[in-house]
Design a protein around this ligand. Sequence first.
Ligand SMILES: C[S@@+](CC[C@H](N)C(=O)[O-])C[C@H]1O[C@@H](n2cnc3c(N)ncnc32)[C@H](O)[C@@H]1O
Length: 220
Amino acid sequence: MGRTIAPYMTYHGASWLVREEREREEHCKTMLKALAIKPGQAVCDMGCGNGFYTLKLAKLVGKTGRVLAVDIQPEMLRLLEARANEQALKNVELVQGSVIDPKLPEGELDLIMLVDVYHEFSYPEQMLRAMRQALKPDGRLVLVEFRLEDPSVPIKLEHKMSKEQVKKELLPNGYKLVEEFDKLPWQHVMFFQRDDGEEGEKDEEKDEKDIAGEKDDGQE
Ligand SMILES: C[S@@+](CC[C@H](N)C(=O)[O-])C[C@H]1O[C@@H](n2cnc3c(N)ncnc32)[C@H](O)[C@@H]1O
C-alpha cells in the first residue's frame, strides 16, 4: 500500500477535536459549505469522534434529515451523545462500528464524510467496500485529510495523506474522483462517487472465476 496506517486517536485526546483554535486553523465552516449539504439529506459522519462535525451536520440536514454518527470507540459516542442532548438534537443516530464494518444501511446515504479518519482505518479495503454499499447511486464520499505534500502543516506524518496516495487506494476499490476543493489551509477535500461501471465489471469477472472454480472442483 505504500504508507503506514496510523494508530487511531483515542478518546483521551477528544478535547483536541473541540479546541477553540480549530475553526481558525482548519476553516471548518468553509469546508462544510463546500459539501453543499441540503435539508432532508441522509449523511454519515464516519469516525465522528466526540461529534465536532456531527452536531453541525445535524443542523444542516434539519429535522427532515438524519446523521449517522459512526465510531469504533464507545467512549467517543458517549461524549457525542451528551453534546447532542445538550443541544436537543433529535436527528443524530449513534452507530458503534467495527474496524471492518461500519454497520450502515445499504444504499441510503447521500453523503459519507470522513474528516481526519481514513488514514486510521486498519482495514481500509473492507471499510471502502462497506461504505460504497451504503451510498445511494449518486451519493458522495468525501475525504478530508491533512496534506502530506505540505511540510508546513503541523501534523505527524502518519496522520497526513497525499492526493496521490488517496487516489491509489480509492480508485481501484470502485470509486471515481468527481471533485476537489483546495481552499483549506491544512487539508485536502476530495469528493468521490461509486464507480459502478468498473466495479460491476470486476464483480462479473469474480462471478465468472467463481463459476469456473466450481466447475474445476466438480471435475476433480
Ligand atoms: C482524529 S479522530 C477525528 C474525529 C472527527 N472526524 C473530527 O474531525 O472531529 C478519528 C476518529 O476515527 C475513529 N476511527 C478510526 N478507525 C475507525 C473505523 N474503522 N471506523 C469508525 N471510526 C474509526 C477513531 O476512533 C476516532 O474517533
